[in-house]
Design a protein around this ligand. Structure first.
Ligand SMILES: Nc1ncnc2c1ncn2[C@@H]1O[C@H](COP(=O)(O)OP(=O)(O)OP(=O)(O)O)[C@@H](O)[C@H]1O
Length: 278
C-alpha cells in the first residue's frame, strides 16, 4: 500500500484579491495567486513584503480586510484555524512549535488529533470496531511517517535534546500526521546547515510526490526555492509583482529591482544566494 492510499487528494488553494490592514498600514494589497493541487508553490519577497501576513491569512490566524481564501473552491476566509485543519490544511511555524519536554512520538501523536472523528475520551472508553479500525489506521500512518522521515532512532527521545534540523523534521512529521491535503511551510530550512537543508529539500519533494500533498512555502533560501518549486509568487510592499516558473521569476527585472533597487538578475541571484546562506 502506498502512502497515498490513506490520503485524500491534494487540495488547490487560491488567494483572491486579499487586502490586510493593520490600522493605517496596508500589509497586503489586492494579493491574488494560487497553488495548484499536487504542486510546490513558493512565496518570496524582501523583508516586510507581506509573506508572513499572507501566510497567516491563509491559515486563519489573520482575517483579511477584504478578499477571499478558497480551498478547493470552498470559501474558508471566515473559518478558524482548527476548522481549516479538518478540511486538510496543516502548517509548520518559522520558530519551531513543538512540545519540547515530550518525546518525538508523542509530538507526532498530537498532530493527528485535529483529524480525529472521536475525541480522546471517546476513543478511550469506546472500543468499538470503527474506533479500533481508525486507531489502527492512525498507528500505521504514524509508523509510515516515522519511517519516511528517518526518525525511528529518536522516536522516544524528548524533542529538547535534538539538533535543530531534526526538530524541524519532527515538526514536519507532526504536520503530516494530520494527513493534510495542503501543507503550509513557514521557512522550512531557516537556520539549517547545508546538509540539513538538502535533507529537508528531499523530504519536501517526497511529500509532494509520494504522499500527494500540495505544498505552499515561504522561504528565503533561493537555492531551495529555485530547485524544488513548480511555481513562485513574488511579493513586494504587500503586492504581487511577479508570478511564474522559477526561471521566469528569476529573470524578471521587476523582481531584481525589488530586491536590489536595480534590474540586474545576475546580481540579484548573487545577493539572494548570500541571504540564503546566512
Ligand atoms: N501585527 C502587525 N501589526 C502591524 N503591522 C504589521 C503586523 N504584522 C505585519 N505588519 C506589517 O506588515 C508588513 C508586512 O509584514 P510581514 O511580516 O508580513 O512581511 P514578511 O514579508 O513576512 O517579512 P519578513 O521576511 O521580514 O518576515 C510590514 O510593513 C509589517 O511591518
Amino acid at each position: 500500500m502506498s502512502a497515498q492510499d490513506t490520503w485524500d487528494a491534494p487540495a488547490g488553494l487560491s488567494v483572491e484579491d486579499v487586502t490586510l490592514r493593520f490600522g493605517g498600514i496596508k500589509a497586503l494589497s489586492g494579493v491574488t495567486f494560487s497553488a495548484q493541487p499536487g504542486s510546490i508553490t513558493a512565496v518570496i519577497g524582501p523583508n516586510g513584503a507581506g509573506k508572513t501576513s499572507v501566510f497567516n491569512c491563509i491559515s486563519g490566524f489573520y482575517r483579511p480586510s477584504s478578499g477571499r481564501i478558497m480551498l478547493d473552491g470552498q470559501d474558508v476566509t471566515r473559518l478558524r484555524p482548527p476548522r481549516r485543519a479538518t478540511l486538510g490544511m496543516a502548517r509548520s511555524f518559522q520558530n519551531i512549535a513543538l512540545f519540547r519536554g515530550m518525546t518525538v512520538l508523542d509530538n507526532i501523536k498530537l498532530g493527528r488529533h485535529g483529524h480525529m472523528k472521536t475525541n480522546l475520551l471517546q476513543a478511550f472508553f469506546y472500543a468499538g470496531p470503527a474506533a479500533r479500525e481508525e486507531e489502527a489506521l492512525r498507528r500505521e500512518v504514524e509508523e509510515r511517517i516515522i519511517d519516511f522521515l528517518e526518525i525511528d532512532h529518536i522516536r522516544n527521545m524528548p524533542v529538547s535534546v535534538l539538533s535543530y534540523g531534526l526538530q524541524k523534521r519532527v515538526e514536519l512529521a507532526r504536520a503530516l500526521a494530520m494527513r493534510p491535503r495542503i501543507l503550509l511551510l513557514d521557512e522550512p530550512v531557516a537556520g539549517m546547515n547545508r546538509e540539513e537543508t538538502e535533507d529537508m529539500a528531499r523530504f519536501i519533494l517526497d511529500v509532494k510526490e509520494e504522499w500527494g500533498v500540495t505544498i505552499l512555502m515561504v522561504e528565503h533560501d533561493m537555492g531551495l526555492v529555485m530547485d524544488i518549486s513548480d511555481h513562485v509568487t513574488v511579493l513586494n510592499f504587500g503586492q504581487v509583482i511577479a508570478s511564474g516558473k522559477p526561471a521566469e521569476v528569476q529573470a524578471d527585472p521587476q523582481v531584481a529591482a525589488a530586491y536590489l533597487g536595480s534590474g540586474d538578475p545576475a546580481a540579484l541571484m548573487k545577493r539572494l544566494a548570500a541571504e540564503g546562506a546566512t
